[in-house]
Design a protein around this ligand. Structure first.
Ligand code: BGC
Length: 730
């Protein structure tokens, strides 16, 4: 389908309706003299100015705050529709409201449930992220939404953050690449994406009040790049402020983050939306960059900080009209971009076969084969006649949980359903839950018996979206598997040497009690409505796994950076990011700590060889500074996909730098025996660090090691690039 044409057609329709309406109101206007703001031939800014000039004070104010939990008021006389915002990020949330988060009880608010964001990140496939975004956008259209609240790109600073599942892992470069593609996908469908939560919202603990302190360099190199790319590259139409404070000021009206960086340095011209009930002060909201206040707990919508108190301040002369005009303009840009005018309902698609296919493909590419000893996987369907499937997560559905990202899914294939379906009539599948919240022991015995009697056992273990697991509003209390699952897995592995552990979770779990003994482990995430089918297809080898971890799996919590630095969850209302730049693998590298599974790790049923690294120095001018070229060859027996990762190491630098940093990657699919030459350009920014004393990115002349590998700990090729002269850019 061609979205632009459709949008153009729809706007013509909208235009006709409004033009007629105006004709009726004014009594004299001819339909052809349509207002400039509806004339798609005119430059967008001219349309914005035209519409702004027509607005009364109250209408402008109506643009900058909610009139229900997820809408802003319509301006009927000008044909401006009620704008609908919706969560996000892995599908369109069920309708709630109008005045609370309670479901509104509709029957037409189902949506496709896509794999969660950490799963999407584990595909390392921006093209797929774009398709994912298109599905979200398409479904949002059909559901009558204008703004989709996602993606979430907060960096995984601790394995315990309750919302890790909604984010894209620990690396700023990877998160940026996927976020850009996702946003472009959503926005190609005429829906505004809203990247969140800006910024430094890396824990749920005291999320509404915690004050985050970190060095400028850390902010720029780790916590901002995904947002920066969303703004500068993907041209995201809205940005959601975070709940927490940053350097003492709430993020939803934080002068430094919003005025100086987002709007000043990055030139963001869209809408800053508050997180729901994240606004605390009218003056700050007026002056410090907030453009749309949502979700405030107030006796009425007119009591929102940017409603009556704003109006009164304007009338008293405390606030200049230009402050309101700027906010209104930004909202009008979004209204134009999403065509939120009358006559624009009912397009888009829900749960289309193509959406199901994307959900399946993302899940298949997201699942990470962590360990596979003695080639236990893939299961050979011709060679087994019985399978024991064990664990509550084999039958549990996860769509309708986790907090704001909850989805009323059309359907969700569980792992058990997927496995039974794939196993067919010839293989007997026995199911035993194995554990319950209260850790009932007899359940373990039954599971062990089932495992002993079967040719192979699959334990579907992990977490869920209950409070204190992968869920909004609270962090996990530790990194362990709950409810006696460690003991269950240990016993099942003992009973059947062909045991596969499939972990359903949105963040790392400790595996110490059983990892040595378990021959095969896959990280299956919350893999969306097709998750069970995807898992079965991976286990039976219909699909060759190609997912790679977007976050380090530490052996124990104390190994991970924020915890090693005793810098989580903070004291006296403040959390200081003492680990600095050394987040995720940057820390494990610096401290020489062996992770359980490294960032970028993921096995395949085939093997890939890397060879012929060449670093082609570019000219000194232009963006691309060098090209990294090498060959990847599939030397195994199956078709498969490999994510080749390029890390850069600054051999000598004036400020300390991580030992390696991901700066490029490419996912390539190869038939057995096939080879492919990969050629990836590197720009200056790939070599640079943020120099706080200069306020910009410094690439220092000299040698840089280029490390090409299958994971951050499996470097296959190494070369050197020389930067002939130091460069600096803002
Ligand atoms: C969450 C946001 C979400 C909003 C609206 C907040 O609690 O932090 O991510 O978009 O609610 O549901």
């Amino acid at each position: 389908m061609k979205p632009t044409n459709n949008i153009a057609r729809r706007s013509l329709f909208a235009l006709g309706v409004v033009a007629c309406m105006i004709a009726t109101n004014a009594g004299v206007q001819h339909a052809e003299e349509r207002p400039a703001y509806l004339d798609t031939e005119k430059p967008p800014e001219a349309r914005v100015e035209d519409l702004l000039a027509r607005l009364t004070l109250d209408e402008k104010l109506a643009l900058v705050h909610g009139d229900s939990i997820f809408t802003t008021a319509a301006i009927p006389r000008l044909g401006v529709r009620k704008r609908w915002l919706s969560d996000g990020p892995h599908g369109v949330r069920e309708d709630v409201g109008p005045d609370s988060f309670r479901p509104s009880g509709r029957t037409d608010d189902f949506a496709s449930y896509l794999p969660v964001s950490i799963a999407l990140a584990s595909t390392w496939n921006p093209e797929l992220a774009r398709k994912y975004g298109e599905v979200v956008g398409q479904e949002a259209r059909k559901r009558g939404k204008h703004v989709m609240l996602g993606p979430g790109v907060n960096i995984m600073r601790t394995p315990l953050c309750g919302r890790n599942f909604e984010y894209m892992g620990e690396d700023p470069f990877l998160a940026a690449r996927l976020a850009v593609a996702y946003i472009e996908g959503v926005q190609s469908r005429g829906i505004a994406s809203c990247v969140k939560h800006f910024a430094a919202n890396n824990q749920e603990w005291e999320r509404n009040s915690i004050n985050v302190e970190m060095d400028e360099r850390v902010l720029r190199e780790i916590y901002l790049p995904a947002f920066e790319a969303a703004v500068r590259e993907a041209r995201v139409l809205s940005v959601m402020g975070a709940y927490n404070k940053f350097r003492g000021q709430h993020c939803c009206h934080n002068d430094y983050l919003l005025n100086k960086i987002l709007k000043g340095e990055w030139g963001f011209t869209g809408v800053v939306v508050s997180d729901w009930n994240g606004t605390h002060d009218t003056r700050e909201a007026v002056f410090n960059g907030l453009d749309l206040e949502m979700g405030t707990r107030a006796p009425s919508y007119d009591e929102y900080f940017l409603a009556r108190p704003f109006r009164e301040g304007l009338e008293r002369g405390d606030f200049p009209m230009s402050a309101l005009d700027d906010k209104a303009r930004r909202n009008l840009r979004l209204i134009l971009a999403t065509n939120a005018f009358e006559g624009n309902e009912g397009v888009g698609l829900l749960n289309a076969p193509a959406h199901q296919a994307i959900a399946l493909r993302v899940a298949e590419e997201a699942i990470v084969l962590l360990k596979n000893e003695g080639a236990v996987l893939p299961l050979d369907a011709g060679n087994i006649s019985s399978l024991a499937v064990i664990g509550e997560n084999a039958t549990r559905r996860h769509a309708h949980g986790g907090g704001s990202s909850t989805i009323k899914a059309f359907y969700e294939v569980t792992p058990l359903q997927g496995i039974v379906e794939r196993a067919g009539d010839r293989i007997t599948v026995t199911y035993a839950p194995g554990y319950r919240k209260d850790g009932a022991v007899d359940l373990v015995e039954r599971a062990v018996r089932a495992a002993r009697q079967a040719d192979a056992a699959i334990v579907v273990a992990g977490l869920n979206h209950d409070r204190f697991f992968d869920s909004e509003g609270a962090d996990r209390k530790d990194m362990r598997l709950p409810d006696g699952q460690d003991e269950l897995i240990r016993r099942v592995v003992e009973a059947n040497p062909r045991t596969i552990v499939a972990l359903v979770s949105g963040s790392p779990v400790e595996m110490e009690p059983w990892i040595e003994k378990a021959p095969a482990v896959v990280q299956a995430w919350y893999a969306g409505m097709e998750g069970g089918n995807a898992l079965a297809r991976i286990l039976f080898g219909d699909v060759n796994p190609s997912g790679k971890l977007a976050c380090t799996f530490p052996k124990r919590l104390a190994d991970s950076p924020a915890h090693a630095a005793d810098a989580y969850p903070g004291k006296d209302g403040t959390v200081r990011y003492e680990e600095g730049l050394f987040v995720g693998y940057r820390h494990f590298d610096a401290k020489n700590i062996e992770p359980l599974f490294a960032f970028g790790h993921g096995l395949s049923y085939t093997r890939f060889d890397y060879s012929n690294l060449m670093i082609v120095q570019g000219s000194d001018a232009g963006e691309s500074i060098a090209k990294v070229e090498f060959e990847v060859r599939n030397v195994g027996e199956r078709e498969g996909a490999e994510v080749a990762q390029i890390y850069v190491q600054d051999v000598k630098s004036s400020l300390p730098r991580p030992r390696k940093e991901l700066k490029a990657f490419r996912k390539i699919t190869l038939k057995p025996g096939a080879r492919q030459k990969v050629s990836i350009p590197l720009d200056r920014r790939a070599l640079a660090f943020y120099e706080p004393s200069k306020g910009g990115w410094l690439a220092e002349k000299g040698a840089f090691k280029i490390l090409v590998g299958a994971s951050s700990r499996e470097i296959r090729l190494e070369g050197t690039l020389r930067l002939p002269k130091t460069t600096f850019e803002r």
